[in-house]
Write a protein that binds this ligand. Structure first.
Ligand SMILES: NC(=O)C1=CN([C@@H]2O[C@H](COP(=O)(O)OP(=O)(O)OC[C@H]3O[C@@H](n4cnc5c(N)ncnc54)[C@H](OP(=O)(O)O)[C@@H]3O)[C@@H](O)[C@H]2O)C=CC1
Ligand SMILES: CC1=C(/C=C/C(C)=C/C=C/C(C)=C/C=O)C(C)(C)CCC1
Length: 297
């Protein structure tokens, strides 16, 4: 048990309850997102599961409703690989909810063969970074109106191997599916840092998260990773253990001065020099706005 406890990592210890609070969490039909949604529902929040497959979402939601006795677990369609779907989700959400207290940008893909989103973005960049960038942009006024509010972005320790290749953002000249994931996770850390700067004084704070190495469906596109995950399964975190740092960043009291920072095992953690480069963060922000055709005030 003590070895298991060691691999389980940090635990979110706050007992904050969430009656009357509204949460949106992307990709919460499975894995870390589903366990994060379950805990937030258990604490009384109204939880929107934003996912690309509504049937999978409904199955997760009914499990969570039964488990937590919270009927306010709702499913809405959101495909982050299509900006039309992101805009439709945001429009629907803004029409039905006057408040948003916690946005968890959790969905992600890893090691996909080369492909492009509906808008022509390389899939890792498009789904993991640009999709969440646009979603946050569209929901930001509601977050500000509901302040104090938080935005949690799921990144990864592998951001260390990432680089923002501005000359070839869509991986058209050179593509490695492993590195494409790392680049997108670096983008998550840089986005969080820059967003924190832009949100100063608004009451909305933001955090990026490494959840740990977690048994989930994330490895589905790589035979080797599936094999590794099976072999080392006892040493990997469960999805529930993997949800702890997201929960900590969404809930822990007194975290506001740490806005923009990167967390692992429920504590602030080291980020690579590239993830600390303000020039890169600013340029990525500008390029993301340009690619998405948005102006961020
Ligand atoms: N597992 C790990 O070891 C680690 C995970 N992370 C990060 O944690 C986050 C959660 O991953 P995890 O739970 O492990 O992975 P899973 O693959 O189990 O879950 C990923 C979720 O993202 C959803 N998703 C994928 N593409 C889209 C899309 N285009 N639109 C909307 N939703 C989409 C999936 O939906 P569907 O089920 O329909 O495919 C699924 O709900 C990711 O951001 C990942 O990068 C970071 C470090 C390590
Ligand atoms: C070498 C090695 C492992 C592989 C680690 C890998 C491959 C980590 C990948 C992390 C990812 C994909 C993070 C997602 O963001 C295991 C299985 C831990 C077991 C111990 C030996």
């Amino acid at each position: 048990p003590s070895i298991r406890k060691f691999f389980a990592g940090g635990v979110c210890r706050t007992d904050v309850q969430l009656p009357g609070k509204v949460v949106v969490i992307t990709g919460a039909n499975t894995g870390i997102g589903k366990e994060t949604a379950r805990e937030l529902a258990r604490r009384g929040a109204r939880v929107y599961i934003a996912c690309r497959d509504v049937l999978k979402g409904e199955s997760a939601a009914s499990e969570i409703r039964a488990d937590t006795k919270n009927s306010q677990v709702l499913v809405r369609k959101l495909d982050l690989s299509d900006t039309k779907s992101i805009r439709a989700f945001a429009e629907g959400f803004l029409a039905e909810e006057k408040q948003l207290h916690i946005l968890i940008n959790n969905a992600g893909v890893m090691m996909c063969p080369y492909s492009k989103t509906a808008d022509g973005f390389e899939t890792h960049l498009g789904v993991n970074h640009l999709g969440h960038f646009l979603l946050t942009h569209l929901l930001l006024e509601r977050l500000k109106e509901s302040a104090p509010a938080r935005v949690v972005n799921l990144s990864s320790v592998v951001h260390i191997a990432g680089k923002i290749r501005f000359h070839d953002l869509q991986g058209e000249k050179r593509y490695s599916r492993g590195f494409a994931y790392c680049h997108s996770k670096l983008a998550n850390v840089l986005f969080t840092r820059e967003l924190a700067k832009k949100l100063q004084g608004t009451g909305v704070t933001t955090y990026s998260v490494h959840p740990g190495i977690v048994r989930s469906e994330l490895v589905r596109h790589s035979f080797l990773m599936c094999l590794l995950w099976r072999l080392f399964s006892p040493f990997l975190k469960s999805a529930r253990e993997g949800a702890q740092t997201s929960l900590h960043c969404a809930l822990a009291e007194g975290l506001e001065p740490q806005s923009g920072k990167y967390f692992s095992d429920c504590k602030k953690a080291w980020v690579s020099p590239r993830a600390r480069n303000n020039k890169t963060a600013e340029r990525l922000w500008a390029v993301s706005c340009e690619l998405l055709g948005i102006q961020w005030k």
